[in-house]
Ligand binder design. Structure first.
Ligand SMILES: *Cc1c(COP(=O)(O)O)cnc(C)c1O
Length: 212
């Protein structure tokens, strides 16, 4: 069996819950390396750069209409329009400026997308995301003023910390807003995230191997 498929099946056997979607994070890998998983029928893939995603996925998405592409990285506002063209989900809505532009380009392109609000749970200077204090205002602006379809919250716990503490906070914030989806859990901590009701785990290296 192909190594990528083997890894994928291993992850799946650890999850065993049909509410949880695996986003296979294929950033930095050539399509040749990803293709076996596409051929295997997997539908959710994650990228963190707009240009790379277009180059790798534009044609495939035409051939496989139900393939879902997820933007999981920092989205620069000057790429907002292109991001709406190629991605089905954007997990990294993290500023008012970006949210306003996404809303504007949804109207211009006549497309609706699904969004996660990225939360900076550790209030880390170097990390993107809305602070917990600003979440209610930001959420209301996105939903009421901009009509964005916010499906849930997303976060990356601070490094070298106990992830479960942050997963619990994110789960409670999500519940407080009445949101259905949760984007949390990566190769190293997805088993913890499952305990806190994640619905989208973002798995890269445990499926595709190490990135150089
Ligand atoms: C790269 C990346 C992942 C996947 O990380 P792995 O540790 O390789 O599973 C998940 N989420 C985000 C936001 C990423 O940038």
């Amino acid at each position: 069996m192909n190594l990528v498929i083997n890894n994928y099946e291993k992850i799946k056997s650890n999850i065993n819950n049909s509410n949880i979607n695996i986003i296979a994070v294929s950033k930095s890998f050539e399509f040749n390396h990803i293709k076996p998983l596409v051929d295997y029928g997997h539908k959710h893939f994650g990228e963190n750069k707009v240009q790379e995603a277009k180059y790798k996925w534009l044609k495939i998405k035409k051939d496989i209409p139900d393939l879902c592409l997820h933007m999981i990285g920092k989205l620069q506002s000057n790429k907002a329009k292109e991001a709406i063209e190629i991605f089905d989900y954007i997990h990294s809505v993290d500023t008012i400026k970006l949210a306003n532009l996404l809303s504007k380009f949804e109207v211009i392109l006549n497309k609706k997308r699904k969004y996660f609000i990225q939360i900076n749970l550790g209030n880390e200077k170097q990390k993107n995301g809305i602070s917990v204090d600003n979440l209610d205002n930001f959420y209301n602006h996105c939903v009421k003023d901009l009509k964005l379809v916010i499906v849930g919250l997303m976060a990356i716990p601070p490094k070298n910390s106990e992830a479960s503490k942050y997963f619990k906070i994110l789960m409670e914030l999500n519940k407080g807003l009445g949101l259905k989806e949760l984007s949390m859990g990566m190769s190293g901590d997805f088993k913890e995230a499952i305990k806190f009701n994640t619905t989208f785990v973002r798995i890269g290296s445990a499926i595709f191997g190490g990135r150089s």
